[in-house]
Design a protein. Sequence first.
Length: 88
Amino acid sequence: FAVDLGGAASIEALRAHWSGLNANYGPLIAGLDPLVVQHGKPPGSVVYRLIAGPFATAEEAARLCSRFAVLRTGCHPTKFVGARLTAR
């Protein structure tokens, strides 16, 4: 399991988003591996989603998301699938 921490229109923007999350919420996401998932929404365009995990259960992922809800950062539990988000 994992958490979906938002999306971006490019991989570079997703990297910047992950860096920003680390800078602002580092202790909450320490030890999580960032992945990228590509979605084709709306038709003809591509959106990249930032996925971080893994978690042993969906409940663990939901607990982390509940902490982000207080911080007003989008988050929801999802599957831990995708390609590794590399630094470059």
